[in-house]
Design a protein around this ligand. Structure first.
Ligand code: ARG
Length: 588
């Protein structure tokens, strides 16, 4: 944050160590609340300052810490300097800490933490984030759901950090499934159903035609012919395909909107039908295509170390494959966006695919392949809705809404809610996202609706409650007290812990921006909510002298603001109005 405490400490250290302050800033970290044995706010570990820290014994490092600390002096910012295990600890002048943090949080609003010295010197980049990418007429499975929320988080974070982000949805909108769909639709498709519920109807047609094709060989043949017509660009077939695609996208847009997600580009494999042929020609001309005994063509990747490694780019009939289209798409996006980074978000099952695509690009002489990054995530088992396994995104959203409404119905005052459906959906989605973002993205986990919706404990429901509760506090007392504000009234341990925690927000954002893992932000927000719950119980506003009440209100307002910022980055819409009755009803 622009609080500048880190900078002041770095300046002090730089004098003693004879190093430029800029080199020290990132090594100075805010002490996490859970690790607070002392009251220090920041620390620097001494081994981060030593060149070959492994050559130094612990005793040596400790001595070094003590000697260094002796040379440092307290000033108007730092009120105490001490040493921990291999660290030098700094306590910030309490009045200054309170005033600066609260002012900064309130002044910076949604950019609090994002303008920190930790991010300075990072120029804005052009970033393409490709995510969600379902396959038309096929299942929208849990993997697509994860890709959707993870990709959205990454795009939000990058955008918040000032980068220019392009959000791309790369649809599975080409291939044999459209041959089958074309044939199937002629047999059992209904125009009205297609218009009113395209995703559902196309899926039904697809399932049915597959079933029939297993028994009747002529169906496979006509599907093949239909796809051939598409590949050749025949007008009628293309018009049908186009209609399937357009109607599907229309519905996707509407459903993504329920999630608060938008895309800048609906691309798809179909875009690269011709361009992938160009890629194949190019590879062939350069002598990089090798025919296998099976008749397929591959690019040899063994020069990258693995002798058995290759990328299959052409079927024996000359048609392109998934990887070929990805090669063409990457090259096209480079032309179009001139990106500094391109991020692909899919399940870990596609890890090898992306490795091969990136390596092939490199062999083709595209050094920018290094700017491409695959963000893989693990498998979620056991997510079921009333209709069974997840088939449509909309089913998941409906299930969330329904379950949340049921939970809420067990509380009497719910009827008073202005818009219970919408509230239920927002709280439920928060619950789903927090559950998903808690662990390492790469870990697999077993899904449980009960765990998702627990109101106590570390869930998205708890975050939403806390947010709404704090908001209702502002609504109840806000106007009267907010001008009256004396920082010396916030010296109880509960207040100081909150301030210390708020101080760490930039570091948490920095961490997530480095490894693209949302869990740092999730655990930060959960801790913040727990701290707020404790403070809410003990730091009363009602019946407190007005300057105490005003200071506390400021503190709670700051907590709510940072909570909202963090939630929005994760893709959660914080709940404001109409929820306080529910919250105050004692559900939590
Ligand atoms: N449509 C693919 C699937 O459902 C995901 C696409 C991932 N992106 C890519 N550029 N290959 O598996």
């Amino acid at each position: 944050m622009a609080c500048g405490f880190r900078r002041s400490i770095a300046r002090q250290l730089s004098r003693v160590l004879d190093l430029p302050p800029e080199n020290l800033i990132k090594s100075i970290s805010a002490v996490p609340i859970s690790k607070k044995e002392e009251e220090a706010d920041f620390q620097i570990s001494v081994d981060s300052l030593l060149e070959n820290s492994s050559n130094h014994s612990r005793l040596n490092i400790q001595n070094k810490a003590v000697r260094l600390a002796e040379k440092l002096k307290c000033d108007t910012v730092v009120s105490e300097i001490s040493t921990g295990q291999g660290t030098i600890n700094f306590k910030i002048n309490r009045e200054l800490l309170t005033k600066t943090v609260l002012q900064q949080v309130i002044q910076d609003g949604s950019s609090y933490g994002l303008e920190s010295e930790l991010f300075s010197g990072l120029p804005p980049k052009k970033i393409v984030v490709e995510f969600s990418s379902p396959n038309i007429a096929k299942k929208f499975h849990v993997g697509h759901l994860r890709s959707t929320i993870i990709g959205n988080f990454i795009a939000n974070l990058k955008e918040a950090l000032g980068h220019q982000v392009t959000r791309v949805n790369y649809l599975g909108d080409w291939g044999m499934q459209f041959g089958l769909l074309g044939t199937g639709f002629q047999m059992f498709g209904y125009e009205e159903k297609l218009q009113s519920n395209p995703l559902q109807h196309l899926f039904e047609v697809y399932v049915q035609v597959n079933k029939e094709a297993a028994e009747d060989k002529s169906i496979a043949k006509s599907a093949h012919e239909f796809f051939q017509r598409l590949e050749l660009g025949e007008k009628q077939a293309l018009a049908m395909w186009q209609k399937f695609r357009d109607l599907s996208i229309e519905e996707y847009v509407r459903i993504y909107k329920r999630l608060g997600i938008h895309f800048d580009e609906y691309s798809g494999e179909s875009f690269y039908r011709e361009k992938s042929q160009e890629v194949l020609k190019w590879l062939d001309n350069k002598g990089l295509l090798e025919k296998t005994i099976k008749g397929t063509s591959v690019v040899d990747l063994s020069r990258n170390g693995d002798p058995s490694s290759f990328c299959t780019v052409m079927r024996s009939d000359g048609t392109s494959l998934y990887a070929t289209r990805d090669l063409a798409a990457a090259i096209d996006r480079m032309d179009k966006y001139n990106f500094d980074t391109m991020i692909y978000v899919t399940d870990k099952g596609q890890k090898k695919h992306f490795q091969q695509v990136f390596q092939t690009l490199k062999i083709m002489g595209y050094d920018w392949a290094e700017r491409c990054q695959h963000v893989p995530f693990g498998v979620v088992q056991g997510m079921k809705t009333r209709r069974g396994d997840v088939t449509f995104l909309e089913d998941v959203l409906n299930e969330i809404r329904l379950r949340m409404l049921q939970n809420m119905a067990s509380v009497k005052t719910t009827k008073e809610l202005e818009n219970p459906q919408e509230t239920a959906e927002k709280v439920g989605l928060a619950a789903l996202i927090i559950q998903d973002f808690k662990g390492l993205l790469l870990s697999d986990y077993q899904f449980s609706w009960d765990r998702v919706f627990q109101s106590r404990g570390d869930t998205g429901v708890f975050l939403q409650y806390t947010h709404a509760r704090l908001h209702s506090l502002e609504e109840t007392f806000g106007c009267g007290y907010l001008n009256d504000f004396n920082t010396s009234c916030l010296q109880e341990p509960q207040s100081v812990s909150i301030l210390q925690h708020l101080l760490r927000f930039d570091e948490v954002l920095y961490r997530s921006s480095q490894d693209l893992q949302p869990r740092h932000i999730v655990s930060y927000l959960l801790t913040l909510s727990h701290l707020a719950a404790v403070a809410h119980k003990t730091l009363h506003i009602k019946n407190s002298p007005s300057e105490v009440a005003g200071a506390r209100l400021h503190l709670f307002r700051a907590v709510r603001s940072v909570l909202a910022n963090g939630m929005k980055l994760l893709g959660i819409t914080p709940i404001y109005k109409g929820y306080s009755q529910y919250v105050n009803s004692g559900y939590i």
